[in-house]
Design a protein around this ligand. Structure first.
Ligand code: N1C
Length: 276
């Protein structure tokens, strides 16, 4: 009898013990899920919040719509298989509208150009001064097959595969930006490198071939000259540029020191046309 009672008691205790273990396990699982969910969401939202805060500076757009059009280009896709056309819906959502004579292109002169246009938006507009260029400038992103997320690490490097989401974006956006260029177009090239007009650059391979003589009148190259410059407007690579240009577009080139560009940026009283 006593034996029977202690056996029942033991059984009950074991049962309680099992229930307790199951409850503790469940609590641990829930905590892990919450922590994982929060950390994963935080990573995603860092990129997303940069995108949104930059987008919101341009008042006239619905940033949620822009984000959705952007995401569909690469989310849930192999990050080495995002072609330039994947961004067509994004470009359609935010078409470039440009003032003629103010479009500014560049190659290997990013910092000088942006230092200048940030202060003289009355004179020139680069792709990074537009909504699409500005929200993604300097960022890295990609998707993964079977995931709804946007990743900022573990993305293919620029040279790893041609059809990566970042490269395809810049090629698509550059093409659209060049398509709407009109009137007198300006490009800042670098006198500090051997080949200022490099066929592998986006400027040479994507933008120049799309300048259309029915809209673009003249391309003016501003050759940025630093102290130890190796190239200038006489550089042979510029011959390839004139050969790539649509017939009917005239070409000019001017060597301008970096310090003069900075001076023009610092002095709004200098008229745009008098900078160089
Ligand atoms: O290859 P590039 O220059 O000649 O491209 C510059 C050219 C500009 O005129 C822009 O309109 O192409 C457009 N463009 C960008 O606007 C841009 N913003 C940021 C091309 N690339 C851009 N980036 C990044 O700079 C991009 O991720 C890539 O790595 C560089 C290309 O710069 P580059 O070789 O000096």
């Amino acid at each position: 009898m006593e034996h029977e009672q202690s056996r029942r008691l033991g059984k009950q205790r074991r049962k309680r013990c099992v229930i307790l273990i199951v409850i503790v396990a469940l609590i641990v699982i829930v905590i892990i899920a919450v922590v994982l969910g929060l950390t994963l969401r935080q990573k995603k939202s860092e990129f997303e919040s940069t995108f949104f805060s930059r987008c919101e500076k341009f008042n006239q757009y619905d940033c949620k719509k822009v984000w959705d059009a952007f995401e569909q280009a690469y989310v849930n896709k192999d990050p080495c298989n995002v072609p330039v056309e994947a961004y067509d819906p994004l470009i359609a959502e935010v078409p470039f509208k440009l003032d003629c004579n103010k479009t500014m292109f560049w190659s290997k002169t990013k910092d000088v150009v942006h230092g200048f246009t940030a202060k003289r938006s009355d004179c020139f507009v680069t792709l990074e001064d537009t909504l699409l260029g500005s929200v993604l400038d300097g960022l890295t992103w990609c998707g993964k097959e079977g995931s709804k997320g946007t990743f900022t690490t573990g993305c293919p490097k620029w040279s790893e595969c041609v059809n990566n989401p970042v490269r395809s974006f810049w090629n698509r956006a550059s093409a659209a930006f060049a398509d709407v260029a009109c009137g007198d177009v300006t490009a800042m090239l670098s006198g500090s490198i051997n080949t200022p007009f490099n066929p592998t650059s986006a400027f040479a391979s994507v933008e120049v071939p799309r300048f259309n003589a029915s809209r673009v009148k003249n391309l003016n190259v501003v050759m940025v000259i630093q102290k130890n410059n190796i190239s200038n407007c006489t550089d042979p690579s510029l011959k390839n540029l004139t050969q790539t240009l649509d017939t009917g577009i005239t070409f000019s080139c001017k060597d301008v020191s970096e310090s003069r560009i900075q001076e023009c940026g610092a002095k709004p009283e200098i008229a745009c046309g008098a900078c160089w």
